[in-house]
Ligand binder design. Structure first.
Ligand code: AMP
Length: 279
């Protein structure tokens, strides 16, 4: 399979891709860098299922609704390349102008209510940015399979919807959430937490597991209230705790088979999201 190759331009990426045998499967893992084991689990899965894998590292400004969040987002390219160095993959780490040349045209996809609820409500414009960057990256890489984490559950639903509506020839593969030893979902933003905040944030997963347990006993509003109190008692600011239909992402009044709990909290200035399937 060869060794790590790093491309900084679309031209060099496409040169590398043109050297691949035409029949093999090409896997793609889009990331914003500051890589952790969650990202690596996607890369590993892609390597298992594909003949060649492209990993992109690009902090996409158009999906940040908060300029401070964009400024603070960890950028650790050297460390990321070191982490990937033993893998036989192509890393694509483009500058802004490579992803968005002046000639680039945006794509408009009707996401129905998928981009109105939860993250869509708290991060206006976020999913429009996600759809556009993923569409641009898909155009450049032309993967057969693309790997996304269930950690960003709503993003995964949005990407699946985009691929279906535009009829793109790529299979989307959802991958399970990797967690730190205290249960906190791995995230590049965890690096911005103090050791104490990172330790305390373990409560988030405990609360999600608690709701999974409670579904047999109490109503959805009762479970939400209990969760919000527990999170607030741990010093977290709650944006939402929603019990939703796993396909439509619409809020539920009654527990059902494919219920998901999704939540977003702030620990200091760091925003954290997580989710759990109740089935
Ligand atoms: P990001 O760099 O945060 O944009 O994430 C790149 C990809 O890695 C996305 O598809 C994420 O859902 C996925 N990802 C991030 N954190 C995790 C995690 N803890 N477990 C599994 N996948 C993850």
């Amino acid at each position: 399979m060869g060794e790590l190759q790093t491309c900084y331009t679309v031209e060099s990426l496409q040169n590398q891709l043109s050297l691949l045998p035409p029949k093999g499967l090409l896997g793609f893992v889009p990331t914003m860098g500051a890589l952790h084991n969650g990202h690596l689990s996607l890369v590993k899965r892609a390597l298992e299922e594909c003949d060649k894998v492209v990993v992109s590292i690009f902090v996409n400004p158009t999906q940040f609704n908060n300029p401070d969040d964009f400024k603070r987002y960890p950028r650790t390219l050297e460390r990321d390349l070191e982490l990937l160095s033993a893998l036989p993959i192509i890393v694509f780490a483009p500058e802004y102008s490579e992803v968005y040349p002046a000639s680039a045209e945006g794509v408009a996809v009707d996401l129905g209510r998928l981009d109105q609820v939860m993250e869509g409500e708290f991060r206006p414009g976020h999913f429009n940015g996600v759809v556009n960057v993923v569409h641009r990256l898909f155009t450049m890489v032309q993967p057969d399979l693309a790997y996304f984490g269930e950690k960003d559950f709503q993003q995964l639903a949005v990407i699946r919807h985009m691929v279906k509506s535009l009829g793109l020839p790529v299979k989307i593969v959802g991958c399970p959430i990797l967690r730190e030893s205290n249960g906190l979902a791995m995230s590049s933003r965890n690096e911005l937490l103090t050791p104490e905040q990172r330790h305390n944030a373990g409560i988030i997963y405990q609360v999600l597991l608690g709701i999974k347990e409670d579904q047999k006993r109490i109503s959805i509003p009762e479970a939400q209230n209990k969760a919000i109190k527990q999170l607030e008692a741990a010093g977290l600011t709650v944006e939402y705790v929603e019990v939703v239909d796993g396909d439509s992402l619409e809020s539920l009044k009654e527990w059902q088979l494919n219920s998901m709990v999704c939540l977003a909290v702030q620990s200091g200035f760091v925003r954290l999201i997580d989710n759990i399937s109740l089935s």
